[in-house]
Design a protein around this ligand. Sequence first.
Ligand code: CDP
Ligand code: MG
Length: 153
Amino acid sequence: MQRTLILLKPDCVQRRLMGQIITRFEDKGLNFVAMKLMQITPELAKQHYAEHVAKPWYPTLEGFVTAGPIVAAVLEGLEAIRVVREMLGATNGLQAAAGTIRGDFSSSRQMNLVHGSDGEEAAAREIALYFKPEEIVASTPTIATWLRAADEA
Ligand code: CDP
Ligand code: MG
C-alpha cells in the first residue's frame, strides 16, 4: 500500500469541480484516509514547492496557490503515487491527454486543478507538511474484497 498527497488547488475549488475530482479517485478504488479544507500560506507554499522556489515563474505560482481555499487529502492504494500522477496527466492542461483530469478540465500550465506527489520521498514529505499523524484515519473499506483479488498485495 502506498499513500500520496493530493491538493485540489484554488481553481478546482472556485470552479466547483471538487465533487467531480473526488469522485474520480473514489471510482478508481483509491481510499481517502485524510482530508481538509484550508488556505495555503506563502510560507507553506515555499516549503511545498521548495524545488521550484528559484524559478522565474514561482511568484505567480505562489500567488495562485495562496489565492483561495484548497482541499488537501491523503489517498491510499496499491501504487497510489503513480496511479494518481497518471490520472492527473501532464502538467500543462493543453498537453495533458484526454481522459486525464488535467486533459479533461484544464487549459492552463498553471491552473491545472490538482497536485499529486511525484515519488515516495515527496509523498512522505508532503503528507507531513499538511497532516499530523493523528489526522490520518486509516481504515479498510468494506468493499475491499470487490476492488481486487486477495493475492494482489
Ligand atoms: O504539478 P506537476 O508535478 O505536474 O508540475 P511541476 O513541474 O512540478 O510544477 C508544479 C506546479 O507549478 C504545476 O502543477 C503548475 O501549477 C505550476 N507551474 C507553473 O505555474 N508554471 C510553469 N511553467 C510550470 C508549472
Ligand atoms: Mg512536480
